[in-house]
Design a binder for this molecule. Structure first.
Ligand SMILES: Cc1ncc(COP(=O)(O)O)c(C=O)c1O
Length: 370
């Protein structure tokens, strides 16, 4: 029996609401989805929330809604899950990477201006592991240069930058609900914006480019089937109802890890920036020191029943990015340094104190075993 990396917490309310949908017979986007969207927008304090079938779909729709196209450039981070960069490629625009801050692991806002060219249309920061990027700085750079900001908040539901929730800081933001996320709908995503035009375009494009008039077979623009479904919406409503409870359980697990790892000099834990007034713990990562063989540590952990992952691997060094753009090691040294040393440990709402102790003890053995 090994301790898994993540585990969704499924309550009675989720089952009850999903059963309600099954009894209703209405399975694709309908009243449950509308309710989920309304609850989500209310939670965010935003005007619009548009449910889509994944975080990736949400990011793609925003790239299109902002008119980003072939030849345009979007400034983003190489230290992320691949879709925050792929969504730019979907429209044949170019992701321009900027290295990260070695503490927050989010894009280094101080390096963004150097990457701006006449082709730059937007900045796409990622709230890495549930910590907001430096949105104050990013927004002020965007304003100065007339750029849009799309915030990838897929990992950061409920997080706050200077007491303001992510989801209300950019032109539009995206959240994701894969089962390893703080809250899940199985698969799914949510676009959040105050902008009416972005809302209108995203609603149309998620549903095959149909017009708002809802003439079922009138397609006014190129669209996709990125629709959400009612079972997922029911699940999401129940999860969102207890999101604060979920976030505080996760904060407790993180605090326990931090406490137990405090004296382990070989390990660096995540730095929480002074502007992160609320952290939304997505995963728990550590970095091991340079003289420790990270892969050997992971092998030892796995062999001894502790799941772990080298999370993330750098986007610019993925084979097809190297082929297409000629990236090589050395291009983004801070990202590479972090990705060489990072380990994601088991992390979920109901991880027990005993399990956390087991993980930490096994980690100590793994390090001292070398
Ligand atoms: C930073 C980031 N961006 C985008 C996504 C994409 O979300 P999805 O898997 O729902 O497409 C994820 C989730 O895995 C993510 O962590």
């Amino acid at each position: 029996m090994s301790i898994p990396l993540s585990k969704p917490e499924i309550g009675e309310k989720e089952k009850e609401l999903v059963n309600e949908v099954l009894d209703s017979g209405w399975l694709s986007t309908g009243p449950m989805t509308e309710k989920f969207e309304k609850n989500f927008a209310d939670y965010m304090g935003a005007e619009h929330a548009i449910a889509v079938n994944s975080g990736t779909s949400g990011l793609h729709l925003l790239i299109r809604a902002l008119g980003i196209e072939e030849g345009d450039e979007v400034i983003t981070t190489p230290f992320s899950f691949i879709s925050s960069s792929n969504c730019i490629l979907f429209e044949k625009a170019k992701p321009v990477f900027v290295d990260i801050d070695s503490d927050t692991l989010c894009i280094d806002s101080e390096k963004i201006e150097d990457a701006i060219t006449n082709q730059t249309k937007a900045i796409l920061p990622v709230d890495v592991f549930g910590q907001p990027a430096n949105m104050t700085e990013i927004n002020s750079i965007a304003e100065k240069h007339g750029l849009n900001v799309i915030e990838d908040s897929c990992e950061a539901i409920g997080a706050e930058h200077k007491n303001q929730k992510v989801g209300t800081l950019a032109d539009a933001s995206v959240f994701a609900f894969y089962p390893n996320k703080q809250m899940t709908t199985g698969e799914g995503g949510m676009i959040v914006t105050d902008d009416e035009e972005i809302d209108r375009l995203c609603r149309s494009m998620r549903n095959q480019g149909r017009s708002q008039s809802d003439l079922w077979l009138e397609h006014v623009r190129l669209g996709y089937n990125y629709r959400f479904n009612e079972m997922a919406a029911a699940f999401g409503i129940a999860q969102l109802e207890r999101i604060e409870e979920i976030l505080s359980k996760r904060a407790e697990v993180a605090a326990e890890y931090n406490r137990l790892l405090e004296d382990l000099d070989e390990v660096k834990t995540l730095t929480i920036d002074q502007h992160t007034t609320k952290m939304s713990w997505f995963v728990y990562v550590i970095q091991v020191g340079e003289d420790i063989d990270r892969d050997e540590v992971m092998e030892y952990l796995r062999d001894n029943g502790v799941s772990c992952k080298p999370y993330f691997t750098p986007i610019h060094l993925q084979p097809f990015y190297k082929d297409e753009f000629g990236y090589q090691r050395g291009d983004f040294p801070i990202t590479e340094n972090v990705t060489d040393s990072v380990i994601a440990l088991p992390f979920y709402n109901e991880l027990t104190k005993e399990e956390i102790i087991t993980v930490v003890e096994t980690l100590k053995e793994a390090i001292h075993h070398q």
